[in-house]
Design a protein around this ligand. Structure first.
Ligand code: ADP
Ligand code: ASP
Ligand code: MG
Length: 876
């Protein structure tokens, strides 16, 4: 019989184990929740409930300090006593009656003759007091509420395994493993316990010598798991202060995503590599006996949490990034030792001698470096000094500490390496002591100095999502982000094309042929007005390269925007569409343009931006006596993709800072006046601090030049292309620009957005041509391809894709959405969720395609350019 089959089949009868952590037992209303949940579970399953509790939060830390021989032990015990008496009062209990005996036992441990030498058995007893106190208080409270609860001593039921070969004294007492299989006698005795619901302690077990043993810090989860396995429980629920296991510690990475379902192996890896939410040893007992686990939030019991079981469908990709602090590296240098028979055996024998288990290993010709994980080892200065002395007999030793181990966890790490370039880049800035890839292909670990790890996780987490290595669109695994659950996420508004009247209109337009772009002018107006409301900005130019459709140009000009062009053809187009337009409202910002374009631009009377000295030297006659804006490269770039970063050494745009003086001198010599300074660092920038910095830098140069009145901070405002992103925080942007304006009041601020104004107004309509299954991948083909919209192929850009004919059906099947072009990159999206009935001739919609859609379209494969239509007026 398989292990899984030995778990009770049905939800009726049997045991369910609920574990509540430190914060879950430290407040009265949480005990009400514990009582309510336990009762509900007993009713739901028709069975019995075992509740396992931790000590009140912070108590084990205090007890650990006492066990470690802290000088003011008596004072600490007194404070602990006060804390528990106060809490008893908060629970409406008679503290002396309920806790008197236990508190006396705690004080007694200080009087104990062993207290002087602090042997491990005494330390274990000290540590056990927190759980004994909290469980005693809790059961008294629950019984006072009329609930059928009985208290039990966990040590009567959990037995530490006898000493394993090589196990240190320390871990055999303070980080024990327990017997996880019960005989019938054990189960029968347990079943005979009084009370429909039982309450016991986590963290503690019986040592083989009859004394107390400890399961290691955070070990209450493992207590619950042992009980779950021993009882063959229906489920083990870990109730804590976060609603599940996340893709990173949510307190460090607010964008961490809830992992809704994991298999035991990935959960194990995430827990082992640092996600404190689950004790690393808690998964194996449940896995071996096929007991499902769940992680839930005591404060928000209605949230679904994380389920961990053996039947979760494996999804490739990075699931989590974790961090362990306090890692100690031992670097051993031995001349020519590699391949010397027995060298490693000699080394590891010394680790064994000191009861130290090694975690990661890196080898080189003359060096072996290993890491020690403090949660599995008693790593203190005494132990390290003794180890170093021993190792010094055979090699040169260096201890590097404290380090942090940062681990990416997920199935198939090896096949993901090509997606990790941004992750490598982030680590490239730090000193990486060691990189290790686990042999089970589930993790990749980087060890760096602990201080360098601060602030790195949010950056790495974002890079993993952006690169597609963490597949957050996989709804079977990834749930909402932490910030969202905290109410700190601004979702995107429902797009205009969802309105039934708009859908009908789009269908009518599509009848005239697809592929076809449709632009919704009210959306352009709305975005233009949002930007106009930003008071710190004096002038706005729309970067027409994003979408030069005449109706869009007219709309933005009506809204008071000027137009920014990057080629002579764009300039001519602008004046063809708007012959009356004042040239002063047009800005020409070309890159590597031929001479003629500058000459005509000056003839047209538009503002001209220049970004190099060579043009002045080569064509002095064009520039003599002109007023120009100067585009400089501030030396750093930003943007949603490497290909849209327009600052920095690798970028072709802008005058190098080192040549600003040279440019100013050359311009003066030609009688030119530099009236504006421009910098544009990239597109899709979502950090408001970026603008403030840029304003300061530009103002500094403007002052040096003396004639500059305008600071043009470019465009780059992002939009949220997926539900996973928040709309650009215009208020934060406005606030940072207001600061720039206040600090540098002498200058007018100019912006030149493109995408922000038009991306969301546009959709690309296409007809499904064929739906084909191949080797398990279902593809829906469209009559539009990368020739119509190149962003996915060029930038790996995400565009939402919908089946407009089946918008109200559930998107319950997975498709790759592809085009008809003969290129393997002709893919609009992979693993997209669409209605299962999606079929040829369905009208499909690619969203947010108003910017850089038609403008970048081509006739590749001699496929015609898509048509364009405009919708004006409100949806009704
Ligand atoms: P308890 O006292 O309930 O056992 P813990 O403090 O041991 O709770 O574990 C919960 C904490 O684990 C969370 O508050 C969170 O800060 C931390 N944590 C670290 N990594 C993760 C992660 N990947 N997902 C969820 N929580 C995490
Ligand atoms: N109270 C113990 C600790 O803090 C065990 C636990 O909370 O899981 O380590
Ligand atoms: Mg815990």
């Amino acid at each position: 019989m398989s292990a899984a089959a030995s778990a009770p089949e049905s939800a009726s009868g049997g045991w369910i184990v609920l574990k509540f952590g430190g914060t879950s037992v430290s407040r009265r209303h949480r005990w009400d929740t514990i009582g309510r949940l336990a009762k509900r579970r007993a009713e739901e399953t028709g069975g019995r409930v075992l509740v396992v509790v931790s000590a009140l939060s912070g108590v084990t830390n205090e007890l650990a300090a006492i066990a470690d021989g802290a000088a003011d032990a008596a004072g600490r015990v007194e404070a602990l006593e006060r804390r528990h008496r106060d809490f008893a009062a908060e629970l409406g209990l008679d503290a002396e009656a309920v806790l008197g005996r236990r508190l006396a036992a705690l004080r007694g441990l200080l009087e104990d003759p062993r207290a002087a030498a602090r042997p491990l058995d005494w330390q274990a007893e000290v540590l056990a007091q927190g759980e004994l106190l909290s469980s005693t208080l809790g059961v008294a409270y629950l019984q006072a509420q009329g609930l059928d609860f009985a208290w039990m001593d966990a040590r009567d039921w959990l037995a530490a395994l006898p000493r394993q070969p090589n196990q240190s004294e320390w871990s055999q007492r303070l980080s024990v493993t327990c017997q996880a299989q019960a005989d019938d006698g054990w189960r029968a005795r347990f079943a005979a316990q009084p009370g429909r619901m039982l309450l016991t302690q986590g963290f503690i077990a019986r040592h083989a010598d009859g004394g107390t043993a400890i399961l290691g810090r955070g070990g209450s989860d493992t207590s619950a798991a042992y009980f779950g396995a021993l009882l063959g429980a229906v489920r083990v629920e870990i109730w804590t202060d976060v609603p599940g296991m996340f893709s990173a510690n949510p307190r460090e990475v607010p964008d961490a995503r809830l992992l809704t379902r994991l298999d035991y192996y990935e959960a194990q890896e995430i827990a082992t590599t640092g996600a404190k939410v689950l004790h690393p040893r808690s998964i194996k007992p449940c896995r071996d006996s096929g007991v499902p686990m769940a992680i839930l939030d005591t404060e928000r019991p209605e949230l679904p949490g994380t389920s961990i079981d053996g039947s979760a469908e494996p999804v490739p990709g990075v699931k989590a990034i974790s961090r362990r602090n306090g890692i100690v590296l031992v670097s051993m240098e031995g001349i020519g030792m590699w391949q010397q028979v027995g060298f490693l055996a000699d080394v590891f024998e010394r680790f064994r001698r000191h009861g130290l288990s090694v975690d990661l290993i890196g080898t080189a010709e003359t060096n072996v470096t290993v890491s020690l994980d403090p949660s599995e080892n008693l790593v203190n200065t005494d132990v390290l000094a003794a180890l170093s002395a021993d190792l010094a007999e055979i090699c040169r030793v260096k201890v590097i500490a404290p380090c942090a181990a940062i681990t990416l966890v997920g199935r198939g790490m090896r096949s993901l390496l090509h997606k990790l370039s941004d992750v490598w880049a982030a680590f490239g800035r730090e000193r990486v002591h060691m990189i290790s890839q686990s042999s089970n292909d589930l993790n990749l670990t980087f060890v760096i100095d602990e201080a360098d790890a601060d602030g790195l996780l949010p950056e790495l987490h974002a890079a993993l999502i952006d690169s597609g290595a963490m597949p957050v669109a996989e709804a079977a695994v990834f749930g909402p982000r932490w910030r969202e659950l905290e109410g700190r996420f601004r979702p995107r508004p429902v797009p205009w094309w969802h309105a039934p009247a708009m859908r009908a209109r789009l269908r009518e337009l599509a009848a005239a042929g697809t592929p076809r772009y449709v632009y919704h002018l009210p959306t352009v107006r709305e975005r233009a007005r949002q930007l106009k409301a930003v008071a710190a900005v004096d002038r706005r130019f729309y970067a027409i390269k994003a979408n030069p459709h005449p109706a869009i140009l007219r709309t933005v000009v009506e809204e008071g925007f000027g137009l920014e062009c990057v080629s002579l053809a764009e300039l001519r187009h602008v004046f063809a569409v708007l012959p009356e337009l004042d040239p002063g409202r047009v800005l020409f910002t070309p890159s590597f343009a031929p001479r003629q374009e500058y000459a005509e631009a000056f003839a047209l009377g538009v503002n001209v931006t220049l970004d190099n000295v060579e043009a002045l030297q080569r064509w002095p006659e064009i520039f003599r006596g002109r007023r120009v804006w100067l585009r400089i490269d501030l030396g750093h770039g930003a943007g949603h993709h490497q290909k849209v970063v327009t600052g920095g050494k690798a970028s072709k745009f802008g005058l190098s800072l080192a040549r600003v003086d040279e440019f100013v001198d050359a311009a003066r010599a030609l009688g030119m006046v530099i009236t504006g300074l421009h910098a544009h660092m990239g597109s899709g920038v979502d950090d408001p601090g970026h603008w403030r910095l840029m304003g300061d830098e530009l103002a500094g140069f403007a002052r040096r030049i003396g004639t500059v009145a305008i600071l043009d901070i470019g465009g780059g405002l992002p939009i949220a292309y997926s539900d996973d992103e928040e709309p650009f925080d215009l208020d934060a942007w406005a606030a940072s620009l207001a600061e720039v304006r206040a600090v540098h009041p002498a200058f007018d601020l100019v912006v030149e957005p493109g995408r922000f104004l038009v991306a969301e107004c546009g959709v690309l309509l296409a007809r499904a041509t064929q739906v084909v299954e191949k080797d398990g991948v279902r593809r829906v083909g469209l009559d539009a391809g990368m020739n119509a919209l190149v962003r996915p192929a060029l930038y790996d850009a995400w565009h939402d894709i919908a089946n407009l004919d089946r918008l109200d059906e559930p998107a319950d099947a997975v498709f790759d959405v592809v085009g008809p072009i003969c290129e393997s990159s002709d893919v609009f999206g992979r693993r997209r969720h669409l209605p299962a009935a999606t079929a040829p001739d369905d009208l499909m919609l690619i969203a947010d395609a108003g910017a850089y859609g038609h403008a970048m379209a081509s006739t590749y494969n001699l496929r015609a350019l898509p048509a364009e239509d405009v919708i004006d007026g409100p949806a009704d």
